[in-house]
Design a protein around this ligand. Structure first.
Ligand code: SF4
Length: 556
């Protein structure tokens, strides 16, 4: 029984919460809906999903794949960062009539959360070793600063967990209806222009609340971003809860609170509460926000269960009132919210730190690296006396703490292992989700398609003088942020010239976050086959280059 579920505690509402009313049908616990209204809610009530860890250790890893309870396999495994991957041999067309579970392979995708932490040589080598030993060499950097493996067998999971635990890493709540991997500033604590370092708050939230059964049964996923860097490098606009650095004229450096961002099929940008929060108060305020979501979030329909729907219905003022009155029991100082970022937050290239050393942002191609690269990176970090590396929210890496005279030799070494500090604008600004290679929801290939597209655009536009972001997604779920790229691509089946259904994309043009802020226009006529993508992007970019005015960005 789930300790946090109101029916389990005989307490249908939190103390001080609004009186239960039953005239609304969204399944909010705080309004008295203690009985699950759908199968997902029932499953979470039947058994706290965190309990699956013990069953994986003691039963499933010993007895094998066929011993796994389907309710665990397709539900609770996610709370330990595990999804079954897509069985090979199904393309988008063949899967149109199949349920995702009919595509289950006997192998798993596993996500390791980094939570914006600095990864030292031991952690990088451990991550690489796991990839080599248990994941056929796979290791993708996701846009949530996770490392994602594929081909993991259930028998290997306990050994992977103990290797991760030895270096302070974990897969707990990397997926599922839980507080998933946090985004932090990749240059926290070192950037010259940082407003304040949010990493102590981020670490404290992780210490207090990850693995806490009070917050393991949420209406749906809950994404967090905490960054005190003015470039908005933690993508605050598209997280459920974001703490965004501000310098208050009276109180000094602190954070504004943004809530209710998220993409997928009903994209919404986060709304700014316009408050000032001291660094030490961030964990308590975070707990307040996740409490609002747990208690008032909609649980009847999965499609309306993200925090963004509640924020959209309530508006900023009501959300702030409920947070302050029912959860924090105090008023937060008001503040002016930050606007657009002052500069790009991808941190690619060489930048001087406040201590006189340097950080180097490097780009793999669409986040795809491998175990050998991670091990080699760990060796380079040690050999060159760097502090470590952080993952970014753009599928990239930043090496931190490099002495001036070691910057250029290290850049050469990094380039040799596929991590370029001076990538083309195409490689720098393209992301891709997992896609049909491993994802059961995918309709089209993404990683390889994006890789090939970058190579072709580098050939056709070798001297592109401005970044044009391209986000390639395998389905409407927008894991690689379809709506907030200059050229956003949503995978779907489209008709080719012969009228046959083939892999392709719906195009969204002119979106962005950070420097430019808004959703791309979805143009009905702009659908392109996967095979025709190179030529389509070439036409769009050629038109922009021909017609732009001095200094005009793609999104403008
Ligand atoms: Fe899978 Fe779709 Fe997400 Fe891509 S966008 S990883 S295809 S669910």
């Amino acid at each position: 029984m789930n300790a946090a579920h109101p029916a389990a505690t005989n307490s249908p509402t939190r103390p001080g919460a609004t009186r239960p009313r039953r005239n609304k049908g969204e399944g909010q616990w705080a309004l008295g809906y203690s009985e699950p209204l759908n199968a997902n809610e029932q499953q979470k009530k039947d058994d706290n999903p965190l309990n699956v860890e013990d069953r994986i250790r003691t039963i499933y890893s010993k007895r094998g794949f066929d011993s796994i309870d389907p309710a665990d396999l397709r539900g609770r495994f996610r709370w330990m960062g595990l999804y079954t991957q897509r069985a090979p041999g199904f393309d988008g067309g063949k899967t149109a009539t199949l349920e995702p579970h009919e595509l289950d392979d006997r192998y798993f995708m596993m996500r390791v959360r980094s939570d914006g932490a600095l990864l030292g040589p031991a952690q990088l080598r451990t991550l690489g070793g796991i990839s080599r030993d248990f994941a056929r060499g796979t290791a993708d950097i996701t846009d949530r600063q996770n490392i994602q493996y594929h081909w993991v067998e259930i028998e290997s999971v306990p050994e992977i967990w103990s290797r991760l635990a030895e270096v302070g890493l974990s897969t707990q709540e990397a997926c599922g209806d839980s507080p998933r991997g946090f985004l932090g500033s990749p240059v926290a604590g070192v950037a010259k222009d940082e407003i304040l370092d949010g990493s102590p708050a981020l670490a404290e939230i992780k210490r207090r609340y990850i693995g806490d059964p009070e917050y393991s049964n949420l209406p749906r996923k809950f994404k967090t971003s905490i960054s005190g860097h003015p470039s908005l490098d933690g993508a605050p606009e598209i997280n459920d809860v974001s703490f965004v650095g501000i310098d208050h004229p009276e109180h000094g450096p602190g954070f504004d609170l943004w809530v209710g961002g998220g993409l997928s099929t009903n994209p919404m940008l986060a709304q700014k509460l316009g408050v000032w929060i001291a660094l030490d108060d961030v964990p308590d305020v975070w707990e307040g926000v996740i409490g609002v979501f747990r208690d008032y979030g909609y649980r009847r329909l999965r499609s309306r269960a993200r925090l963004k729907f509640l924020v959209a219905d309530w508006g900023v003022e009501k959300f702030r009132d409920v947070l302050e009155n029912e959860y924090l029991h105090r008023r937060l100082p008001r503040a002016e919210s930050p606007g657009l970022a002052a500069h790009s937050g991808d941190h690619i290239g060489v930048h001087e730190q406040r201590d006189g050393r340097f950080y180097i942002g490097v780009a793999p191609t669409v986040g795809r690296i491998d175990g050998d690269t991670l091990v080699a990176l760990g060796d380079l970090v040690e050999q060159y006396g760097a502090a470590g590396a952080r993952l970014t929210a753009y599928q990239k890496l930043v090496v931190i703490g490099v002495e001036a005279d070691r910057v250029e030799p290290l850049i050469e070494e990094l380039d040799r292992i596929g991590l370029s500090a001076r990538p083309s604008n195409w490689r720098r600004s393209t992301m891709a989700c997992t896609g049909i290679e491993f994802c059961k929801l995918a309709i089209v290939d993404t990683k390889q398609r994006a890789h090939d597209l970058i190579a072709e655009l580098e050939r056709r536009f070798p001297d592109l003088d401005t970044p044009i972001s391209i986000n390639v997604n395998g389905c409407p779920n927008a894991c690689a942020r379809t709506q907030v790229a200059d050229i956003g691509l949503k995978g779907q089946l489209v008709l080719d010239e012969d009228g046959s259904q083939v892999e392709g994309f719906q195009v969204h043009l002119g979106g962005g976050i950070g420097l430019t802020n808004g959703f791309g226009a979805k143009l009905r006529a702009h659908k392109v086959t996967s095979a025709g993508l190179d030529d389509y992007v070439t036409d769009v970019v050629s038109a922009y280059l021909a017609e732009r005015e001095e200094g005009e960005s793609f999104a403008a």
